[in-house]
Design a protein around this ligand. Structure first.
Ligand code: IMP
Length: 430
């Protein structure tokens, strides 16, 4: 049997999964996206050129087989644009798109914005890409699967109902946007024609691929553990299962076919959008991390909120994802800051918590208890490229060790820059 590795985010998304997946993809045959949609933004830097993907898996640049599973919500215009941009680079994407993936329509995007405005303070600060409303229709058994873009009669029947309901909902929400069945139908039948060559049974193809002894398949998670619809900070997350289990349901792969799970964590924490963030730094160090780490959303350009690493969350991510190890990114961004802090517990009222609270109110009022560690200031990272961890200062090595101890799993990969070679392999994750 082949091997499969799931890569997930341990925090609030933007942990650097794109770079880690791209790094690991060189030794993989296929890369699979299994949840989320174009709310994600994966940045990959190759030979100093920056590529940003929202839908295509990060292995796309390496000419690997790339899969978009049933659990993904697909905006066809975005997908076709990304396919064309790759073609412009001379890469013909070997894309396999699940017939069962769900389609984002313009009224989903409009509803996303109108619902956010309507919800006011209760809104999650979504990316307004139509993700939530598309998943809502899927779960309500009222959505359109990708294969149905090639079935005109059924598509028309569904759109008649969907557009009518969406227009009514938009009016109730106070939006002036309105859609017509004809315009949406015309646009999406054309997308259907263009996407038809890529449509397939992803679950079956992955099953056959993994049946081959030497195959290696990477599952690329989007967003992060604390944004998971079931296990994240509800309701301030996204609408899919971002945790490792999502790879099974979102790609149609049985749990026994997953060989291992790696969690990606920044050396500090960031989040975009609303919701509690106990270790947030609102003053000087937060601003410094934002500038040094270029912490602005890949999808929306919003400034990210920045804070210290949170080992309580990290332990939770290890448990809920069954992590074998970590990939720690952006250790270079903490350069020159001393001491650096890591949260090891929370004070909630008179209680001291060492585990992730389920209650939003508890998490919102959590005051972190910190462990302080000596910082580092690496002048020249090129030595680390050649010699690995031994070339790094004792304080940084101690930080890695401390994180391993707190998380209870080893750090497999350490990343100190956006490029593929800005990476130290401490242990092979495969
Ligand atoms: P949605 O996924 O667009 O519905 O947004 C829901 C929440 O998830 C918002 O707080 C977003 O900022 C956040 N979110 C969605 N996708 C990402 C991502 O790729 N990185 C970080 N945050 C995200």
């Amino acid at each position: 049997m082949g091997k499969s590795l799931v890569v997930v985010g341990c925090q609030f998304g933007d942990e650097g999964k794109g770079k880690i997946v791209d790094f690991l993809a060189s030794s993989a045959d296929a890369v699979v996206r299994y949840q989320g949609g174009n709310n994600a933004g994966h940045t990959v830097v190759v030979r100093e050129k920056t590529y940003k993907f929202h839908l295509l898996p990060s292995g796309a640049l390496q000419g690997k087989d790339i899969f978009i599973g049933n659990g993904v919500v697909v905006d066809p215009a975005v997908l076709l644009k990304e396919i064309k941009s790759l073609e412009a680079e001379g890469i013909k994407p070997r894309l396999h798109l699940s017939e069962r993936s769900h389609v984002i329509f313009p009224f989903h995007r409009a509803l996303d914005g109108a619902q956010e405005t309507f919800k006011g303070k209760l809104g999650a600060g979504t990316t307004r890409r139509g993700i939530g409303p598309c998943y809502t229709d899927k779960i309500a058994r009222f959505g359109v699967q990708a294969i149905e873009l090639t079935q005109p009669a059924l598509l028309r029947e569904k759109l008649e109902k969907q557009v009518s309901l969406a227009n009514s909902s938009l009016a109730v929400l106070g939006s002036k946007e309105k859609f017509t069945v004809e315009a949406v139908e015309k646009e999406y039948l054309e997308y259907g024609k263009q996407l038809a060559p890529y449509l397939c049974d992803v679950s079956l193809e992955l099953f056959n691929l993994l049946a081959k002894p030497k195959t290696r398949v990477l599952f690329e998670g989007a967003q992060g553990t604390l944004l998971d619809i079931d296990h994240g900070v509800y309701p301030y997350g996204t609408s899919s299962n971002t945790i490792a289990g999502g790879a099974c349901t979102g790609a149609g792969v049985g749990p026994t076919k997953i060989s291992a799970v790696v969690g990606v964590t920044k050396a500090y924490t960031t989040r975009v959008g609303e919701g509690p963030f106990p270790t947030e730094l609102t003053e000087e160090i937060g601003a410094r991390l934002r500038e040094a780490g270029h912490e602005y959303g890949t999808t929306t350009g919003r400034p990210r909120r920045c804070g210290w690493l949170d080992a309580v969350t990290l332990q939770y991510a290890v448990r809920i994802n069954g992590l074998a190890g970590l990939a720690m990114t952006k250790v270079d961004v903490l350069n020159g800051i001393s001491p650096v802090k890591v949260a090891i517990g929370y004070k909630v009222g008179t209680k001291l918590l060492t585990g992730q609270p389920s209650s939003l109110l508890d998490f919102s009022s959590a005051i972190p208890v910190y462990k302080e560690l000596e910082g580092w200031n690496v002048k020249d990272w090129s030595k680390a490229k050649k010699k690995g961890l031994v070339a790094l200062p004792a304080a940084l090595r101690n930080y890695v060790k401390t994180v391993e101890k707190l998380a209870g799993v080893p750090v497999f990969l350490l990343s100190f820059g956006p490029g593929r070679d800005d990476t130290i392999v401490l242990k092979q994750p495969w």
